[in-house]
Design a protein around this ligand. Structure first.
Ligand SMILES: Cc1cc2nc3c(=O)[nH]c(=O)nc-3n(C[C@H](O)[C@H](O)[C@H](O)COP(=O)(O)O)c2cc1C
Length: 394
């Protein structure tokens, strides 16, 4: 298997097989099936909302590369008359800097520095992108899931929610999506974490508890709501409270980038994965693994994807790893998405296949009907959490 993996890694430097998940299943007896918001995916790697899911060309390139899913850039909700209580997030900024970032414990990684925020074009333009995404999903076996993302009104304690933003924006997005239940991600962003609005803990917990129901009620054919939680500026205990408060969501994306209050920018790298994995460990140990977990933060290898999976994440959303200088990818041709997938899946040391084979060797993952299954890795994590909860209660 190892020899085969090294050979495939070399062979696919120029081009991945079209249905590489199907190839992995047949060649390695490894089933990479993953899940996001209840949708089955061919493998766990998707793209997080941001500057890489702003237009149809980007979506087409990702579909052609074989990406499992994309979350579209975050739209800022509005009322029927175009008022936006979160309008401060709809600012225009194009310049991004992909930079090296060393973590607090000295590990060299990458971050993207960017001063922009949400979608800065019209609602109609966004609806056109949602329609294009929906068409891509329905494009047959090689379709790709493309889910809208919205930032809605978040009121102060004691103030009511601006219902018109939820009602109008959700109805518009749902109608662009079409006849089925609407999949939607609600973004709590790092710049929100850095905003005075998020200074009040009870206020943040109220948002997380109430937002899923509000979106569902506003969607004519219902909605599946994924909450992308921010990394709040409070301690791990509060981060856990946020996870616990998300129990009404259909899924939780854990967690958006860290906020640097001195530079007033969001950042990632190893500090981000360190925090996310630590909080997910705590959540598991206390038996509060939320439904539909999706990991996000410094996923730059199959190995890191598996670290999230062992803490219950059924898929992962990447942004930074799709933006590295071309010289950082071992592949020698193809789009950045395709080159990234080549490394994420086939790298003989840090790729997903290598990591799954290693879990098998360690006796942590077992073949069922002759196959290793990515989703069984999430069960390893859940089982350990249940054992830990029993130990500490007994
Ligand atoms: C330039 C940039 C813009 C982003 N914009 C959004 C956004 O609009 N909405 C959102 O939910 N997340 C946004 N994100 C967060 C990413 O989707 C992702 O969750 C985060 O960067 C962590 O993943 P990474 O370490 O792979 O970059 C953005 C990230 C970057 C780098």
């Amino acid at each position: 298997m190892r020899a085969r993996l090294s050979a495939d890694f070399e062979r696919f430097r120029r081009e991945l097989p079209r249905d590489f998940a199907g190839y992995v299943r047949q060649a390695y007896r490894i089933d990479l099936t993953a899940r996001y918001l209840g949708y089955d995916l061919p493998h766990p790697f998707g793209k997080g909302s941001g500057q890489l899911s702003l237009n149809v060309d980007q979506l087409e390139t990702d579909r052609a590369a074989g990406l499992a899913f994309v979350v579209l850039k975050t739209l800022i909700a509005e009322t029927p008359t175009g008022e936006r209580s979160m309008g401060a997030w709809a600012i225009h900024e194009t310049r991004m800097a992909v930079e090296r970032r060393t973590s607090a414990d000295g590990r060299a990684g990458w971050t993207v520095t960017w001063k922009g925020r949400g979608w800065d074009r019209s609602l109609d333009d966004y609806l056109a992108l949602v329609r294009a995404g929906r068409d891509l999903m329905r494009a047959g076996p090689e379709g790709m899931l493309a889910v809208p993302s919205v930032k809605y009104n978040l009121p102060r304690l004691g103030e009511p929610f601006v219902e018109a933003e939820y009602a109008h924006t959700t109805a518009q997005v749902a109608s662009a999506w079409g006849d089925d239940e609407l999949p939607i991600e609600k973004d709590f962003s790092p710049t929100l974490a850095g905003d005075p609005l998020a200074d009040e803990r009870t206020q943040v917990l109220r948002w997380i508890g109430e937002v899923p129901g509000r979106i569902r009620r506003a969607a004519p054919r219902g909605a599946r709501v994924q909450l992308k939680l921010m990394n709040a500026r409070f301690d791990d205990e509060f981060q856990l409270e946020m996870v616990g408060a998300a129990r009404d969501a259909d899924g939780v994306t854990a967690f958006n980038r860290l906020f640097d209050p001195a530079r007033r920018v969001a950042y990632g790298g190893w500090d981000l994965s360190e925090r996310n994995l630590r909080v997910l460990d705590l959540a598991r140990d206390r038996g509060i693994v939320p439904p539909g977990l999706c990991g996000s933060g410094n996923i730059g290898s199959g190995r890191m994807m598996l670290a999230y999976a062992q803490r219950g994440c059924e898929s992962g959303q990447l942004h930074t790893f799709f933006q590295l200088p071309l010289s950082e990818y071992p592949a020698t041709a193809g789009s950045r998405t395709a080159r990234a997938l080549h490394a994420l899946v086939f790298d003989p040391v840090d790729g997903l296949i290598a990591g799954l084979l290693e879990l098998e060797e360690q006796g942590l993952l077992h073949r069922r009907d002759g196959e290793l299954r990515f989703l069984d890795v999430c069960a390893i994590g859940n089982r350990r959490g249940a054992e830990h909860a029993e130990d500490s209660s007994g």
